[in-house]
Design a protein around this ligand. Structure first.
Ligand code: AHR
Length: 331
C-alpha cells in the first residue's frame, strides 16, 4: 500500500487496527509513512536501468518474481537507459509515498538531489546492482550487488596466466559498458590493474558498446578495420562479446582461436558460446538479486538496521566448466 493511501487509512481509523494486528511499519508517523497499510503489503518502487542485455532481463525477472513471492507490491519502472527517466520515476515514487525505493543507477553521478528528496520524505532507498558516487552515505540504506573491480581483475588475471611465455606484444581491444556506469568504470579499472603485471599485454583500442549486442558488433567491426592484429577482446558483458563474435566471423576470423575472448556476466547465451569454444573465459556477475533485495526491503521497512553493503558471490568459467554448468544454468 502506498503511503498516500495509508494516510487515508489513518484518517478512517484503520491504522490502529493494523498496528494492533502487528502489520509491521517503520515506526514513523502516518504522514511520513509507516510501511504496511491495511492490505498488509509493503510498496516497493523500483527503477530499472532498461533492457539492454540478457543480464538485465534476468535481473528484472528475479526482482519481479521475488516481490511476488515476498508479497511485496512492486511498482516497476523501466528507465530505458536514461538517467532523467530514473530521476523522474524516483520523484514519482516519492509523490506516491511508497514505503521503500530501490534502483539500479544508469550512471554513478548526479543522484544527490533526488536522494536527498527521498531522505527528506523519510523513504529508505536501497541501491541494487550499481553504485552511486555520492559522498553522503546517509542518502541510502544499503547497496546490494557485485564487486565490479574484482570482476575486471579476474578477467585480467586469467589473461596474464594464459599469456605466460607467449611473445609480445599481445594486442587487446576492449568493449566498454555504458559510459559513466559503475560496471564500465570498475571493470576497466580492475582489468587494467591486473594486466599491468605483464608488459606484453596492451589495450590498443577501448570504446563503449553500451552493454548492447548490436553496439558490440558495430564497434568490433570498426576495431577490426582499424587494427588488423587483434589478439584478445575483453568485453564488459556477454552481449557485447556475442555481437563482436558476429563481426569477427564476418571478417573471416575464428572467435576463440584467432582472437581470444573474455566477457563478464555468464548468461545462458554467453555460456553457450563459451561451451562452443567461441568465448575463452567468462567472469560471472549474478543478476539474481531479487530474494536478497526483498529481504532488505522488509527489514528496513520494519525499522531494522540493514547492512550498508551486501556483496554478491560469484565465480568464473572456463570452456570446460561452462559445459558442466550449462544444463542447470538458471538464466
Ligand atoms: O550492471 C550490471 C551490468 O549491466 C551487466 O554486467 C550488464 O550486462 C548489464 O547491462
Amino acid at each position: 500500500m502506498v503511503r498516500r493511501n495509508l494516510t487515508a487509512a489513518v484518517l478512517s481509523g484503520v491504522l490502529a487496527v493494523s498496528a494492533l494486528a502487528g502489520c509491521g511499519g517503520n515506526g514513523d508517523d502516518a504522514g511520513s509513512g509507516s510501511g504496511d497499510g491495511g492490505d498488509g503489503k509493503i510498496t516497493l518502487g523500483f527503477s530499472q536501468v532498461g533492457a539492454e542485455s540478457g543480464w538485465r532481463t534476468a535481473n528484472t525477472k528475479s526482482i519481479q518474481e521475488s516481490a511476488k513471492e515476498a508479497g511485496i507490491d512492486l511498482q516497476f519502472s523501466d528507465a530505458q537507459g536514461k538517467q532523467e527517466n530514473q530521476i523522474s520515476a524516483i520523484r514519482n515514487f516519492i509523490t506516491q509515498k511508497v514505503d521503500v525505493i530501490a534502483f539500479s543507477p544508469v550512471v554513478t553521478s548526479g543522484w544527490d538531489a533526488v536522494l536527498k528528496e527521498a531522505k527528506d520524505a523519510d523513504i529508505p532507498v536501497i541501491l541494487t546492482d550499481r553504485a552511486v558516487d555520492s559522498q553522503d552515505k546517509s542518502l541510502y540504506k544499503s547497496f546490494i550487488g557485485s564487486d565490479f573491480v574484482e570482476e575486471g581483475k579476474k578477467a585480467g588475471q586469467w589473461l596474464v596466466e594464459q599469456s605466460k611465455g607467449k611473445p609480445g606484444p599481445i594486442n587487446i581491444v576492449e568493449l566498454q559498458g555504458t559510459t559513466g556506469s559503475a560496471p564500465a568504470i570498475d571493470r576497466q579499472k580492475g582489468f587494467a590493474e591486473a594486466i599491468a603485471a605483464d608488459p606484453n599485454l596492451k589495450v590498443v583500442k577501448s570504446q563503449t558498446g553500451d552493454f548492447k549486442r548490436a553496439d558490440g558488433k558495430t564497434v568490433m567491426e570498426t576495431f577490426l578495420q582499424s587494427t588488423p592484429d587483434i589478439d584478445v577482446l575483453y568485453a564488459h558483458n556477454d552481449d557485447m562479446g556475442l555481437g563482436a563474435i558476429e563481426a569477427i566471423e564476418a571478417a573471416g576470423k575464428v572467435p576463440g582461436k584467432d582472437i581470444q575472448i573474455i566477457t563478464v556476466d555468464a548468461v545462458k547465451d554467453g555460456m553457450t558460446a563459451l561451451a562452443d569454444g567461441k568465448i575463452n573465459f567468462i567472469v560471472e556477475c549474478s543478476p539474481l538479486l531479487g530474494p536478497q533485495l526483498m529481504d532488505l526491503v522488509k527489514k528496513t521497512n520494519a525499522g531494522e538496521e540493514i547492512p550498508t553493503r551486501v556483496l554478491t558471490e560469484e565465480t568464473t568459467f572456463t570452456q570446460e566448466q561452462a559445459k558442466e554448468a550449462l544444463p542447470t544454468r538458471q538464466y
